[in-house]
Design a binder for this molecule. Structure first.
Ligand SMILES: O=C(O)CCC(=O)C(=O)O
Ligand SMILES: [Fe+2]
Length: 728
């Protein structure tokens, strides 16, 4: 049925919405939209029609004598070559070498593809696309604001390049089930698959030979002819299509989603391998369509699109969802932009940051709209602490993506934070969270920033989001607990630190120290309220966690020595542990058990023989018990630098003046030689005595100052903001 729309409205729909792709050329939509895109399409179609008459060509326009390129790719390749020549003049030999390498790599990848995956051969009978589709219909969607990274001119405008099959599936549910069964026998679900921040199950098809055999058959009988039919402006013939990275992915509640990403090929397709009824959530998320427009795809259906569309597998809440994803190359078109960018990313990992930057600059010269180039380059500039330049690049990418890229907004937030622009940083993080609240690092960073502004409630909300997105995100539990403890909510803080115990070793060790402080605080409060038993339990827990935490921290420090935060936590061990000894001893004393109290304080002096506070505790309990003998001898055991010299032999001022006068006379020869020797010996002895005292005073002052310092340090420490790499 014909809908009455103006061209403007139609265009609006094209660039944002969806519409049915009608296969016949004589319909309303072709009449209404005589835009640029139709040029290439009809040109290719005309050439197909012409070729169909030739004896070497079949009904798809695939001609054996024309394997290298239809008119389009030849024309477009010429344009690219002349652009490359021009840029060679500007960037020099390095650039041209890189371009040649692209061609070699491309050839190599295409060759490898045909070893693993179906490639059209001269004797392949090609099925007409009408027979393949039958009653299956196809819906087209806009690919968003940014054209494909390579061959944007060929794709043309408007970019209605996401094609989704509908109505009758391309293969049946039963067939899909048997494929998955085979794949599971091949161990597909035993393997982990990483997609940026998220973990999935799944494997490459090169590791799943039986699944691959099925897939190859699908390529031959369905997908190659269909792709050539759907993207005639870019695919000169089914014979140039190469499948290159193909994987079977499994989502479930514990491995729920992918990052938002782009696929590594000029075209890509996703096949739905599980009936929708078998899972909740899921579907393909396209960033430009928003989270409220998840594309559902039932089993047997497929999405075919340019690789550079930003998309992801949406969160699966329940059940299993399998999809098969394939990236595609075209033998007669080298993707210089994608390849330069990928090499830039590789060089970044080396790291060869200058080499990497150059590659991004080159890729952008070929295509100024390469958003991943801009983002990766921004990351490099960030590492080089060129914050303003990095900001410029990331903002350029965000502008192209209409500020919808949550990861780029995160990077912008970090960059602004580095420049001390906290309010703007918070704003960027908040925008990012609005798009993706499932990014644990992002929520954590925003939390830290809000906390620094004193917005404690908002800060905690972010830690709640971060830990919901990733329950193993220890830093968020740790900070959340700290905020609660600082606001006096010790009981809830305890819960958060207990959660942090379940996270990685470093976080767990810090959580243990914090729990130590929590239980000391609780123990003291309970003791004051008269609950000695409860207090005792708390004090014992405190001691246990502090000791365990210290052992773990030492281990962490052994391979992470430079981390000042770890050292800070280690520095808390002595004051915290002493507090635990003190509380335990006092509780024993409070219960009238002086012997146990004494044992506790004695243990304190054993653990920290250099610490005056431990000795003071022991001396006090000895005194209380009237153990004067030991009390006296204990002074001998107190660390030497903290003990007073045993003999007080300082002379009075009067005596000193008298001796000095006498010595002065001797200097002027008024006394006997014996007298002089005697005086020298006496003064030497005196000098020694005094210097021992001066040393002792110096040392004890230093020790006292250290105690004072550490005492002020038994508080909860919060880690810093995180910055993380892109996952593009
Ligand atoms: O799960 C999906 O729908 C998308 C998976 C994906 O990223 C892909 O097939 O390239
Ligand atoms: Fe993908």
């Amino acid at each position: 049925q014909v809908v009455e729309w103006s061209n403007d409205e139609r265009l609006q729909l094209w660039s944002r919405g969806e519409f049915n792709l009608d296969l016949s050329e004589n319909n309303e939509y072709f009449d209404l939209l005589p835009f640029r895109r139709l040029g290439p399409v009809s040109r290719v179609r005309n050439s197909i029609l012409r070729h169909q008459q030739s004896p070497n060509c079949d009904s798809n326009g695939f001609c054996l004598d024309q394997i290298r390129g239809g008119s389009q790719s030849v024309e477009n390749n010429k344009e690219i070559e002349s652009k490359i020549e021009e840029l060679g003049g500007r960037f020099g030999a390095d650039f041209l070498v890189a371009v040649e390498r692209n061609k070699r790599d491309h050839e190599e990848d295409c060759k490898k593809s045909c070893e693993l995956y179906y490639c059209v051969t001269a004797n392949t009978p090609l099925v007409p696309v009408e027979d393949i589709l039958g009653p299956t219909t196809i819906k087209s969607y806009s690919m968003g604001p940014v054209p494909p990274e390579d061959f944007a001119d060929s794709f043309g405008y408007p970019l209605d390049n996401i094609k989704v099959t509908e109505t009758k599936p391309l293969f049946s549910a039963a067939e899909a089930t048997s494929v998955i069964e085979k794949a599971e026998n091949e161990g597909v679900d035993k393997n982990e698959f990483k997609s940026g921040k998220y973990q999935l199950a799944g494997d490459w098809l090169q590791n799943l030979p039986e699944t691959r055999a099925w897939f190859n058959q699908q390529l031959e009988t369905i997908f190659f002819p269909l792709l050539a039919h759907l993207f005639p402006e870019i695919i000169s013939s089914p014979s140039v299509i190469r499948a290159h990275s193909v994987s079977l992915l499994k989502y479930n509640a514990s491995h729920p989603r992918t990052d938002v990403h782009i696929d590594n090929g000029i075209l890509a397709m996703t096949l739905a391998m599980t009936p929708s009824a078998q899972y909740t959530g899921g579907g393909t998320y396209f960033e430009h369509m928003g989270v409220e427009n998840i594309l559902p795809m039932d089993v047997g259906h497929a999405t075919l699109r340019p690789g550079s569309v930003r998309h992801g597998g949406h969160r699966v809440k329940e059940g299993d969802r399998y999809v098969l994803g394939a990236f595609l190359l075209l033998e007669d078109r080298v993707e210089h932009v994608r390849r330069l960018k990928n090499r830039g990313s590789e060089l970044r990992r080396v790291p060869d940051l200058d080499g990497a930057s150059k590659h991004f600059e080159w890729a952008l010269a070929l295509n100024p709209m390469c958003t991943t180039c801009l983002k990766d380059w921004a990351e490099i500039l960030h590492t080089q602490k060129k914050f303003a330049e990095a900001e410029e690049k990331i903002r350029a990418a965000l502008h192209l993506l209409e500020y919808k890229d949550s990861d780029a907004l995160f990077t912008l937030g970090v960059l602004l934070s580095e420049q001390g622009r906290d309010d703007e940083s918070i704003q960027a993080y908040q925008q990012s969270v609005e798009i993706n609240a499932e990014d644990a690092e992002l929520c954590y960073n925003l939390g830290v920033k809000l906390g620094a502004k004193g917005l404690v409630k908002e800060e905690m909300q972010m830690y709640a989001k971060a830990t919901k997105a990733n329950p193993k995100f220890g830093g968020a539990w740790l900070n959340w607990g700290t905020v609660l403890a600082e606001s006096g909510n010790i009981d809830d803080a305890e819960l958060m630190f207990l959660k942090a115990l379940q996270c990685e070793q470093e976080v767990a060790s810090k959580a243990m120290m914090n729990l130590g402080l929590i239980y000391i605080t609780q123990g003291n409060a309970l003791a004051q309220g008269g609950n000695l038993e409860g207090a005792m339990k708390a004090a014992l827990s405190a001691a246990k966690y502090i000791d365990q935490g210290k052992a773990m921290l030492d281990q962490v420090a052994s391979y992470n020595k430079a981390d000042s935060m770890i050292l800070k936590f280690i520095g808390q061990y002595r004051p915290l542990r002493l507090k635990a000894y003190q509380l335990l001893g006092q509780l024993h004393a409070g219960q009238g058990n002086m012997a146990k109290c004494e044992a506790e304080f004695r243990a304190a002096t054993k653990s920290f023989p250099e610490d005056i506070m431990a000795w003071k505790l022991l001396q006090r309990i000895l005194q209380v018990q009237g153990k004067t003998e030991e009390l006296k001898s204990s002074f001998m055991t107190v660390p030497s630098q903290q003990r007073a010299p045993t003999r007080l032999a300082i002379m009075s001022q009067e005596k000193t003046e008298h001796i000095l006068k006498h010595a002065n006379d001797c200097v002027h020869g008024v006394c006997a030689f014996d007298e002089v020797s005697e005086l020298v010996a006496m003064l030497r002895g005196h000098q020694k005595e005094l210097s021992v005292w001066v040393e002792a005073v110096k040392k004890i002052t230093k020790a006292l100052e250290k105690v004072k310092e550490e005492d002020g340090q038994t508080k909860f420490e919060k880690p810093f903001e995180l910055s993380s790499a892109f996952s593009s």
